[in-house]
Design a protein around this ligand. Structure first.
Ligand code: IFM
Length: 452
């Protein structure tokens, strides 16, 4: 069903308790990587390795949010959103991943969380947005089962300490990125290209997620718990049988590898058939730990995937085709809100999923400040169209409880460094001056309109 493109986001009727928010992640904004006892993480190592990020950019300073958190919370307050989704840096809490707790790390998030509550902003933290402590990486990272145990201990510690002040808690952000993109495609830290390792990492993270959910429920059972996925909205690149079969394999590998164990307690049968003997030993025994009941799931959506057959390549033997219907954003990603609608309806039909939050959606447009103004109309168009698509999916019966814009402000865009800007708020990285873009004013007006 096509979404109703005539509808504008200002026509959307958000339910009273529908949450509108903004999102960030620790390594992308905090900076202060050597302060207050923080340990090193794999992104410190990776970004300091020549050739890994655009311009050799690192998160050393980023948006200097570690020092500017109060004024940044004031900006969130000014936007008028309901909630803030951020991530807790594991290496601030446990500099070596396990062992001694770093009280100064906990104290930073105490200040941040209390600052949100003082400003009536709901708190939606994530435990893992890719900053694996380097000490754990040195012992095999997610391929070592003890990393999942350390993660569960970190999760329980955080829940025990902050749980009385949280509105939700997420275990992992986009485990596809921290396994496939990082260990098979070599784009993110640690930059490996090895299918066996990627499978072991994905499985290790699944197990860590399950153990963490159990540990957090035991510590405090009142906080809604979930996970954030960036499932792909997949289309065959052509009508050919081969491309259609490729799209189906791509779905099983890139989406099923995550959705099926989490929500069905098993890997897709095709994945087991092709790769079962390459999954880590004993994987079947972990499935019941992995498939914990969840209170919500988060979807991060940006762009669709067009997939073609790559017969001679390793399973899933597919390749991404740049069949781009304009427009695309400055990072080159196709703009297709229909793909968001299609995926939401499709996944909620095929799986028994808990309520959904759109935990990230947004666009990279690199408009600068001119006479104090950042005129980023394409970002407004993008978000407006995607809110309409989300609303259409809700009208079609998908239970969606909230939407978080990515991102509050421009920040360190991983391998792209500072070259790509996703923020509603412009950041001048030389002066750290923040400037509301037109999209920020537009988002603010959505909130005001809802409050009547
Ligand atoms: O910046 C990232 C974020 O960290 C995870 N989701 C996608 C965003 C844009 O690439």
């Amino acid at each position: 069903m096509p979404i109703d493109s005539e509808e504008s986001s200002h026509d959307i009727q958000f339910a009273e308790d529908f949450i509108l928010g903004v999102a960030t992640a620790a390594y992308q904004i905090e900076g202060a990587v050597l302060e207050d006892g923080r340990g090193t993480c794999i992104w410190d190592t990776f970004s300091h390795t020549p050739g890994r990020t655009v311009n050799g950019d690192t998160g050393d300073v980023a948006c200097d949010h570690y020092h500017r958190w109060q004024s940044d919370l004031e900006l969130i307050k000014e936007l008028g959103v309901d909630a803030y989704r951020f991530s807790i840096a594991w290496p601030r809490v446990f500099p070596h991943g396990s062992g001694q707790i770093n009280q100064r790390g906990l104290a930073f998030y105490d200040r941040l969380i209390d600052g949100c509550l003082e400003r009536d902003i709901k708190v939606f933290p994530t435990l893992y947005h890719w900053d694996l402590p380097q000490s754990l990486a040195d012992k095999g990272g997610w391929t070592n089962r003890s990393t999942a145990d350390a993660f569960a201990h970190y999760a329980a510690t955080v829940m025990d300490h902050f749980g009385d002040r949280l509105d939700a808690m997420t275990t992992f952000n986009e485990p596809w990125c921290s396994s496939i993109l990082s260990h098979l495609l070599g784009v993110h830290a640690p930059g490996e290209k090895n299918l066996d390792t990627a499978l072991a990492v994905a499985h290790g993270q699944h197990r860590a997620h399950g153990l963490a959910i159990q540990a957090m429920r035991a510590a405090r059972d009142s906080v809604p718990l979930g996970i954030v996925l960036n499932t792909q909205s997949i289309y065959a690149a052509s009508d050919s049988e081969r491309d259609n079969a490729a799209a189906s394999r791509h779905e099983n590998f890139h989406n099923g590898l995550f959705l099926d164990p989490l929500f069905n307690g098993q890997y897709p049968s095709e994945v087991v058939e092709k790769l079962g003997d390459r999954l880590p030993r004993g994987w079947r025994e972990d499935l019941s730990t992995i498939a914990q009941p969840l209170d919500f799931w988060g979807l991060n959506y940006y762009t669709p995937m067009r997939v073609a057959d790559a017969a001679t390549a390793e399973y899933p033997a597919t390749r991404i085709v740049d069949v781009v219907a304009e427009p695309r954003t400055d990072i080159g990603w196709e703009v297709d809100p229909q793909a968001l609608y299609d995926m939401l309806v499709n996944l909620h039909t095929r799986y028994t999923l808990p309520p959904c939050y759109i935990t990230e959606n947004g666009a990279a447009y690199n408009h600068g400040v001119r006479d104090g103004v950042v005129d980023d109309q394409p970002r407004i168009d993008y978000m407006q169209q995607h809110l309409v698509a989300m609303q259409s999916a809700m009208n079609h019966g998908v239970d969606i409880r909230g939407y978080f814009a990515w991102s509050l402000m421009d920040n360190f865009e991983w391998a792209e460094g500072y070259s790509m800007r996703f923020g509603l708020i412009h950041v001048d990285y030389t002066t750290q001056k923040r400037t509301f873009k037109r999209s920020a004013h537009w988002y603010q007006s959505l909130m005001q309109q809802r409050r009547g």
